[in-house]
Design a protein around this ligand. Structure first.
Ligand code: GUN
Length: 287
């Protein structure tokens, strides 16, 4: 079994981005600038956004963090989005999800100018991705494809099972992997799937993105399969300084014995998601 080291690959890609930023700045052009809107104080979202801001610093981007309390109105949020859409200093921005229930998430996503939508969540960018037009692709699926390619893991003709059909991960992942060039045969499984174990067991590559800790057990995995674990459920722990621990969707210890490659949690897919966001921001800045 070989560990897929997302931390190492993400560091390499960040170095590549930092070099490009140096070139841009040396030509007298402005630094790429990513803004993030964070609503409330959810522990997970705070951590993700802090990582995003820190990663911007590491590659030489400017970044802005815009905070709102949980009681922010939809109108206030839409007004800030309008401001960012029209701010020429900002190349791309994200609204960290989830947002409070009283705000219409889809309305927020659709208010973002597709040219600044570096999360790739706007229907226009999703549509472009589906038909294979170069666009902003959702960061986690893009990061997973980078990982597979950097480890020379063949996808052509392989059976891939994607567990989960979220708009952020499962669905775009399944579409990208079936496209020309990647050429996988993809099955999407979800909460209504029957005979799940027998389907997952046929997979050469398993992408686990259902958000249920340790859902994938060794009896579901074919000998030699490639395991990509997208799960990041925070569970309480006495063993860490923060009091929290991240758990993946895969029962790591027992599955690791059976597979050919596996991503750890943390240090697998997570760092790649952030790098994809940086790549999208660089792309937005170049446009
Ligand atoms: N919440 C969980 N993942 C993401 C992401 O990739 N982008 C945003 N904006 N929110 C998230």
């Amino acid at each position: 079994m070989e560990l897929i080291d997302g931390k190492k690959i993400s560091t390499e890609i960040k170095e590549e981005i930092a070099k490009e930023v140096k070139k841009i700045v040396s030509k007298g052009e402005k630094r790429p600038h990513l803004a993030a809107i964070l609503v409330g104080h959810d522990g997970g979202s705070e951590t993700y956004v802090a990582h995003k801001v820190k990663s911007c610093e590491q590659v030489g981007f400017d970044s802005s963090l815009i905070r709102f309390e949980n009681d922010v109105t939809e109108k206030e949020l839409l007004s800030k989005i309008d401001e960012l859409n029209n701010d020429t200093k900002i190349d791309g921005f994200i609204v960290q999800l989830p947002i409070p229930k009283h705000i219409d998430e889809q309305k927020i996503i659709e208010a973002i100018d597709p040219k600044k939508d570096v999360d790739g969540f706007h229907p226009m960018n999703v549509g472009n991705m589906v038909i294979g037009i170069d666009t902003f692709v959702s960061a986690t699926p893009a990061g997973i494809i980078d990982l597979l390619q950097r480890y020379n893991i063949e996808t052509s003709g392989k059976n891939v099972v994607v567990l989960g059909r979220s708009n952020i991960v499962g669905r775009p992942m399944s579409i990208l992997l079936s496209q020309k060039g990647l050429d996988a045969t993809v099955t999407v499984c979800h909460s209504k799937t029957k005979n799940l174990t027998s389907i997952v067991k046929q997979a050469d590559i398993i992408i686990a993105a259902i958000g249920i800790p340790e859902f994938v057990t060794k009896d579901m995995v074919k000998e030699g399969a490639v395991i990509i674990d997208v799960g990041t459920t925070r569970v309480k722990s006495d063993l860490t300084k923060s009091g929290w621990k991240l758990k993946g969707d895969v029962k790591f210890d027992e599955v690791a014995e059976k597979c050919s490659y596996i991503t750890p949690v943390p240090g697998g897919v997570g760092p790649m998601t952030i790098v994809s966001l940086l790549k999208n921001t660089l792309k937005a800045a170049k446009k």
